[in-house]
Design a protein around this ligand. Structure first.
Ligand code: HSE
Length: 449
């Protein structure tokens, strides 16, 4: 076969890339809309078309589906259709999405998914299944929606040894914190609005308790360091215990509270943690508001690089789904009929790198101690901190709230388990009336942005 014949054949294959969409919720509808709206642009980019020939959705009620050859309510119809080249899994959740992806890969179809829960928790198995069946499993839209962060980590920064990354990776959580802080709005009311805007997960506890962010962090961390996906070892704390008082006290001290995912190579091992974090107001990340996401990545050669944009929503997520489709079509056009690259960007996994327990990390901390307003309480607290080698950077005592006065302390760097011992002792004092609020502070020592 001549070179020209091969090229024509491949162009023909790209022209006839047939797509089946499973799930027509926020992301599936956005993808269908984008493919229609930007059809001309895509044709110019690819010299070929991406044609949705089949859609399966749980219910057809209220869905605007025109000019699609086959529509049904059974997602497995898409997998059983031999003419479909790529399955777009936008069902979300675990069941039946996991079986849909498995079935599609086994039947030799490429899969593009936005499903971070499945990639984070079943990715090791699914990538292996894709490799065995010589098909691609693409997942750009699973992290930070419209920001091409997977491609940045896996391709753009591939020449670097990644030292750390830190990001605001849940749009709903950032929207809630921003509205609470800037407009003094109530948590529940803002959450309801985030749900109406299509930002929140079907189960919004995934957003609020940090599970969604932990899914995304474990995906980014694996690509950053070349380690297998280990969602179960990612430390996860949500934003539900953050009070308006903490947001205000942090503000007085020159900080904002953001819900961050942090992955870092430290001297003890790999840190993978999601939790509320105090950030100096002067940091760029501290100024990412609303549904915005941003990820700061530090590579040993390039230094710190920052990626920001809309982290949730229909069109933003669809933008990343279609980027994967175009990527896939280009591979096929180039004659790579089985576009299997190492999905996590490493040919060989770095199994020697282990994730450490949260107690082993070293950080600075914000403490809010509900103390009884009595002489000597401050001396007792500082005595305990001193015994545990916890050095104090700043202390402020606020006006009394009924019987107690909030004492706010910022510490210098300390190992978390040592601080926890001190906290337990302070909480057992007769003059301390309840649980201490403890929030980690991220100074990004010596690093830009
Ligand atoms: N619920 C997610 C968020 C959607 O709020 O970030 C995007 O992954």
């Amino acid at each position: 076969m001549s070179r020209q014949e091969v090229i024509s054949l491949n162009e023909e294959a790209a022209k006839s890339l047939r797509l089946g969409i499973c799930g027509l919720g926020t992301v599936g509808t956005g993808t269908l809309d984008l493919l229609r709206e930007n059809a001309d642009e895509i044709r110019y980019r690819l010299g070929a078309e991406l044609e949705v020939t089949r859609i399966a959705t749980r219910t057809l009620e209220g869905k605007k589906i025109d000019n699609i050859k086959h529509v049904s309510t059974n997602v497995f119809d898409v997998i059983n259709d031999a003419s479909i080249d790529v399955v777009i899994e936008t069902i979300g959740g675990y069941d039946p999405a996991l079986d849909v992806i498995r079935g599609a890969l086994i039947s030799g179809k490429h899969v593009v998914t936005a499903n971070k829960a499945l990639i984070a928790e079943h990715g090791n198995e699914l990538f292996e299944l894709a490799r065995e069946n010589n098909v691609a499993l693409a997942f750009e839209s699973s992290v930070a929606a419209g920001i091409p962060i997977i491609k940045a980590l896996r391709e753009g920064l591939a020449g670097n040894k990644i030292s750390w990354l830190a990001g605001i990776i849940n749009g709903t959580g950032n929207f809630i914190l921003t509205e609470m802080e800037s407009k003094q709005r109530q948590f529940e009311e803002v959450l309801k609005e985030a749900q109406e805007l299509g930002y929140a997960e079907a189960d919004p506890t995934f957003d609020i308790e940090g599970i969604d962010a932990a899914h995304k962090l474990s995906i980014m961390g694996s690509i950053a360091f070349g380690i297998p996906l280990q969602f179960d070892k990612t430390y996860t704390e949500g934003i539900s215990s953050i009070t308006p008082e903490d947001l205000n006290y942090a503000n007085e001290l020159g900080y904002k509270i953001k819900h961050l995912g942090i992955a870092r190579r430290s001297k003890n091992g790999i840190e993978m943690r999601v939790h509320p974090t105090l950030l100096s107001k002067s940091r760029l990340l501290a100024n990412v508001n609303g549904v915005g996401n941003a990820v700061l990545i530090h590579g040993n050669m390039v230094g710190a690089t920052l990626y920001s944009g809309p982290g949730a929503g229909s069109a933003a997520t669809a933008s990343a789904v279609v980027a994967d489709l175009i990527d896939l079509a280009r591979h096929i056009q180039s004659g790579i009929t089985s576009p299997v690259y190492p999905a996590l960007g490493y040919f060989e996994m770095r199994n020697e790198l282990t994730i450490i327990e949260i107690g082993e990390i070293e950080a600075e901390y914000y403490l809010r101690i509900p103390a009884v307003d009595r002489i000597g309480v401050m001396a007792q607290i500082s005595g305990i901190l001193q015994e545990h080698d916890v050095s104090i950077e700043a202390v402020i005592q606020k006006e009394a709230i009924s019987e107690t006065v909030p004492i706010i302390i910022l510490t210098h760097i300390v190992t978390e388990k040592r601080l926890d011992q001190a906290i337990a002792e302070i909480e057992s004092l007769a003059d301390v009336a309840g649980k201490i609020t403890r929030i980690r502070v991220e100074p990004f020592n010596g690093e830009a942005a």
